[in-house]
Design a protein around this ligand. Structure first.
Ligand SMILES: [Fe+2]
Length: 247
């Protein structure tokens, strides 16, 4: 099973707006074109969009997002990030009725169980998983213990070495990591850091996907960006292999 993770697209209110010298719409269009090309050479089973779809939660940005995603003809999961407005996402889903958007936090393959957890705290940049959501996640993992489990979320769970974003990562990452170690979760996929990273801890792979919009300059503690952008392809067959596609 191959999954593409798109994250931090940051579509602005107006299409012509630049965000740190990049146009998020152009980057998103390029990423979608690439996904379409990749799809013609290898099967892509699922796309996970791990949050910050719109920069300001703007409803037209979500309309653009869903129309573009639908054109790929690949099932996709939409997770909200700290920049998103869930109500506006739901409004556009009700309006467009997207056919390929999976309206559930669960996806099954023969050997894999894919789920996600909400890390957004309203009005805050940092993330936190509530006790209620953590308990629900634990129940889902236990129920599906005959599968290999992969969890996606918006906020990153391990510091990437860039103080600007590490100061607003997942606040209770230790709770999640303890739970994942306990139940031998195989993969955690995050966004939010605008940085590409990967760690292997025993049998668990923890991955941060690069943003579709812009990356933070590695190690910076002030607002400083680089223009490369991209996404990750995660191959969940037998062993996990993760490829960063950077443009
Ligand atoms: Fe974010």
């Amino acid at each position: 099973m191959k999954v593409i993770q798109l994250t931090d697209i940051h579509l602005t209110q107006k299409m012509e707006h630049q965000l740190f010298d990049t146009n998020p719409y152009n980057n998103f269009d390029t990423a979608c074109k690439e996904i379409y090309r990749i799809k013609s050479v290898t099967e892509i089973d699922l796309i996970v969009v791990s949050g910050d779809i719109a920069n300001d939660g703007d409803i037209d940005a979500y309309r653009y997002f869903f129309k573009k995603m639908e054109s790929l003809h690949i099932p996709y999961i939409t997770i909200a990030g700290n920049h998103d407005l869930k109500n506006n996402i739901d409004t556009v889903i009700a309006e467009i009725k997207p056919e390929y958007n999976i309206n559930s936090c669960e996806y099954y393959d023969k050997d894999w169980y894919i789920t996600y957890v909400d890390t957004v705290v309203n009005g805050e940049d940092y993330g936190f998983i509530t006790k209620y959501n953590l308990t629900k996640l634990e129940k889902r993992i236990i129920l599906n213990n005959n599968f290999n489990t992969a969890i996606f979320m918006h906020h990153h769970a391990l510091p990437v070495g860039t103080p600007l974003v590490d100061s607003c990562m997942l606040e209770n990452a230790d709770d999640l990591l303890t739970l994942c170690k306990k139940y031998k979760v195989k993969f955690i996929g995050c966004g939010h850091a605008h940085t590409s990273r990967i760690w292997h801890q025993n049998d668990m792979t923890i991955s941060v996907a690069p943003a579709v919009s812009f990356q933070w300059f590695s190690g910076t503690d002030t607002v400083k960006t680089t223009t490369g952008f991209g996404f990750k392809i995660i191959d969940f067959s037998e062993d996990i292999s993760v490829t960063s596609c950077i443009y």
